[in-house]
Design a protein around this ligand. Sequence first.
Ligand code: GTP
Ligand code: MG
Length: 138
Amino acid sequence: TERTLVLVKPDGVRHRQIGEVLRRIEAKGYDIVALQQLVPTAELLEKHYEEHVGKPFYGSLVEFMMSGPVVAAVAEGEQVIAAFRSLAGATDPIKAAPGSIRGDLARDWGTKVQQNVVHGSDSPESAEREIGLWFPAL
Ligand code: GTP
Ligand code: MG
């Protein structure tokens, strides 16, 4: 059985969408096995987004992610990594299909692609790496 790291980003928390995101994960049959709310540090985000360091959007992405509280969760179940990516929808909220979290809930897309409500790990390796960063005790 797999685990994945889910983040409700600052836009999702600001718009009171924490419950809706967690509800969709549970409705799909997955377990929330760890949960916390925090304002991430630049140091944590630099590790979390290491693949994006140096890209043109990196600075504004980190600034956005530190702009308010984030909810971090570990979801567990069969093929949860791919399943949550599917629940989340395309990265760009304009392209994310209706019915997906980003397609239904993203509301700040007019200005920034990065304000797309959630993050989900993209592979078993990134999931374990990211869970270790956000939940060192797990
Ligand atoms: P995550 O689940 O958040 O990792 O999204 P993803 O895997 O669909 O996208 P990716 O890992 O490529 O990018 C990580 C995050 O950076 C995205 O979720 C966006 O918030 C942001 N991002 C990606 N591409 C762009 C871009 O071209 N411009 C801006 N401003 N932000 C971007
Ligand atoms: Mg990603």
